[in-house]
Design a protein around this ligand. Sequence first.
Ligand code: SF4
Length: 233
Amino acid sequence: MTTQSAAISEIFSSLQGEGTHLGERHLFLRFEACHIHCEYCDELGKVGHDFDLLSVMESLKRLNRERGPHAYVSLTGGEPLLYHSFLKVLLPAMKEEGFRAYLETNGILWQALEQVIEWVDVVAMDVKPRSVTKERSFLREHRQFLCLARSRETFIKMVCSKEIDLSEFKELCEMIRRTSARTPLLLQPLSSDAEGHEDPELMRLLGELQSIGLAILEDVRIVPRLHKILGIR
Ligand code: SF4
């Protein structure tokens, strides 16, 4: 990765399948690499190719002409903020062409966010319970990240499985309340199969998590992944 190029695995037009902008038409720019390994990840292993600024901008403009208009360009991954040097040239170029930036991120690399947040319109930030990811806790990093992100339109997504630890869930909700209490928290079930059918037991647990969350936060929603249900990319 350089300031002028980045490993990108896909550029395409589709519906936004997650979060508060569910159902909008977005352009997606999928960056290849991630720095952590969530146990449930279905994105790692998608091989990227080196794209320079010109070729990314040409692809975005062509897709927007053919399939647009699009509400946002979703920067997704992998972890887009690993490519912050490239984003520092890409995001201003996107703005010049009238594109709005929607950053999908694991909510950990706050130092990188600091460098690009002035060009970001929406932050779709993950908060990751270690009981679900089997990674380490990122509580401290998530707090710093949310402190910066709250200056933009932001929502938090938490992927939940039956293995979620309730005391860890409460601790994460308390962190959100202390940092940015009004930021919506979206609970997303970890789909039990490729078609996105949910396990009834997990859906009951999500209802319980929502009740626990609403005792701490103003806005806690349960939002499944639309693109899995519709069977689209
Ligand atoms: S942060 Fe996202 S891309 Fe990275 S391992 Fe976890 S689910 Fe996969």
